[in-house]
Design a protein around this ligand. Structure first.
Ligand SMILES: [Zn+2]
Length: 279
């Protein structure tokens, strides 16, 4: 068994065949946690989860990319949408969290890769940190874990340091850094704080030696696996639409990197995910 701890079957990419994709995943014994990026996709993640007795869950939150109006277009990541500048409506998320299927807050965090045009850079950064802190406070209030999104500006690791700064301020470590892409020193700092790191299909890419090194040094009990579907499809499906059943390829690669059996990675990451998200 595996748990895809971060995917987006709630996104429009899956509107025509979501049930089939979910069935394929559950038939392969892979549980699925759909993650919201704003209120509407968070609501959809909850609706989907409520259709299943077991194996499908939701995480709700406001992604930093949605804090300002901007057109996001990044073909190599299959990203193409308009962000509409949403305020973090804590009460609305709190209400949504009344569903038993909500197992975490996220994805929230810091994204300096997509900065809106026409705004002061420092102001945008401060606002992102402020909203991230509000998400951490909500999670603390509800005693839920947090899925953290972090994307630095080009050729930089800056956003990871700022995430660490906010985490220290909030003094909350029941968090996972999803799709970890910082450097080794930063990875060690997160691990020392007791956070979890989560790995996507990037770990299978030939041009990602640093992520592979980080996967190698991350203790099994502090790591989880995910797909971030529809994005970041692992080898051998790189470039195609990703789906939760491909979590298998991520876990297989981690087993290869660590030089251990696949079943060890599957058991450990599944246990960690079930404990972390209380599922
Ligand atoms: Zn995501």
């Amino acid at each position: 068994m595996l748990v895809d701890t971060h995917c987006h079957l709630n996104f429009k990419d899956f509107k025509d065949d979501r049930d089939e994709v979910l069935k394929r995943s559950l038939d392969n014994n892979i549980w699925v946690i759909n993650v919201g990026s704003q209120l509407s996709t968070s609501q959809r993640a909850v609706e989907i989860a409520e259709q299943y007795d077991e194996g499908v869950y939701a995480i709700i939150g406001l992604h930093p990319i949605h804090l300002y109006p901007q057109h996001v277009d990044e073909p190599e990541q299959n990203l193409d949408f308009d962000a509409r500048a949403e305020k973090f409506d804590k009460e609305a998320y709190k209400k949504l969290a009344e569903s038993k299927k909500v197992v975490g807050i996220g994805e929230m965090g810091i994204d300096y890769f997509h900065m809106p045009d026409g705004y002061d850079e420092q102001e945008v950064k401060n606002y992102q940190k402020q909203v991230f802190l509000q998400g951490l406070e909500l999670a603390q209030e509800l005693d839920l874990p947090v899925t953290i999104h972090t994307r630095p500006s080009k050729n930089s690791f800056d956003a990871y340091d700022d995430v660490l700064e906010v985490l220290e301020k909030a003094n909350y470590n029941k968090c996972v850094v999803h799709c970890f892409g910082g450097n080794i020193q930063q990875a060690k700092r997160f691990l020392d704080m007791g956070l979890l790191l989560s790995f996507t299909g990037i770990v299978t890419f030939k041009n990602a030696p640093e992520i592979q090194e980080i996967a190698k040094i991350t203790p099994l009990e502090q790591m989880m696996v995910e797909t971030d579907s529809p994005y970041l499809s692992p080898e051998p499906n790189r470039g195609k639409r990703n789906e939760p059943s491909y979590t298998q390829f991520v876990a297989e690669k981690i087993a290869e990197i660590k030089g251990i059996e696949f079943s060890k990675v599957a058991d450990a990451t599944t246990n960690t995910a079930r404990k972390f998200f209380n599922i």
